[in-house]
Design a protein around this ligand. Sequence first.
Ligand SMILES: CC(C)(COP(=O)(O)OP(=O)(O)OC[C@H]1O[C@@H](n2cnc3c(N)ncnc32)[C@H](O)[C@@H]1OP(=O)(O)O)[C@@H](O)C(=O)NCCC(=O)NCCS
Length: 328
Amino acid sequence: MAVPVAINATHLRPVDTRKDLPEIADLIELCFASTMDADGREYIRQIRRMAFESRGINLPIPGSRPISVPIQGYVWLENNRIVGNLTLIPYFKNGRVVYMIANVAVHPEFRRRGIARQLTQQGMNHARDHGAAAAWLQVRDDNRGAENLYLSLGFLERARRTNWSFDPAGQSTLPLPHLVSIRRRTTNDWHMQRRWLQEIYPPEIAWNLPFQIGRVQPGLWRNLIRWMNGERMEHWSAWLGDRLLGAAAWEPGNVITDMIWLATNPLDEDLAAQALLTHARRIIPRNRPVTVNFPAGIAEEGIRAAGFHANNTLIWMEAPFSGAGANP
Ligand SMILES: CC(C)(COP(=O)(O)OP(=O)(O)OC[C@H]1O[C@@H](n2cnc3c(N)ncnc32)[C@H](O)[C@@H]1OP(=O)(O)O)[C@@H](O)C(=O)NCCC(=O)NCCS
């Protein structure tokens, strides 16, 4: 049974970046140990490095537009020790400020006392007081406890997205599906590719992914500018005879994983995903971490057939603030 803890300045306070970061890194590492992937470990390393360098931390997701600020959030203290944490990341989403709530973590010895509830409530209050249209967060679909907490605080499910990865131990020479061929993506393919990309990575999702449709668009000048900026991107299309099944773009990441942006014909999702990702495995070096972010439950069979495995499925939740008119 929950033992209620009263909000109290001695327990709950804003993060102090000058001194809290090492303890926050330890707490996040402890609380997310069972689910932490390579990106998570890199994130912890970044927090520790920032702590060491004694300056604020900025957590950009390439392609999105986080506002540049030092780490923000709240911590919960017991006997001067940090036992709870919540991180707040402001973003511009379709021209409005929203806050992403992340790293909600409570030390195992202090759970079920209402600490996460009060931290989350405080994070929502902070966002609202700073003029945000909404608070957002992402929770794994197998984390029912946390999901219940957020539902009880007014968060609503907006999307479910699965993050898929290469299985590095798997074969990279799987055959393409029967009669399917892979070709260089051409300008003629763009019309359909754009339409499918807009369905798979709509604005409601793209704002918090390292995705910008303009970067996938073909064009000589765009290619030249990308090349001058040292950006590299590969594109290919999958065909069944003269029928376009889909197209893919491989975008190497600098800090975090490489991404593959999949545009699949809704009538051939599994076949398209299988062909495009089988080709990806052939051309992308094995040692590179690669992620495909895709709507949960779509093309799963095809993605698996290409040797990918699901890392996690995240429920994207939004708490729209009244009067702000957030648009689901
Ligand atoms: C999830 C977590 C932050 C909850 O912290 P907490 O301080 O124990 O949560 P609270 O005491 O405020 O719980 C509030 C409500 O959430 C739900 N809840 C929390 N933990 C739960 C669990 N293990 N099982 C079922 N429901 C749970 C309950 O509805 C609870 O209300 P109740 O205690 O009155 O039944 C904590 O378990 C944790 O750090 N987990 C590991 C990291 C993590 O998963 N973070 C969430 C990432 S999105």
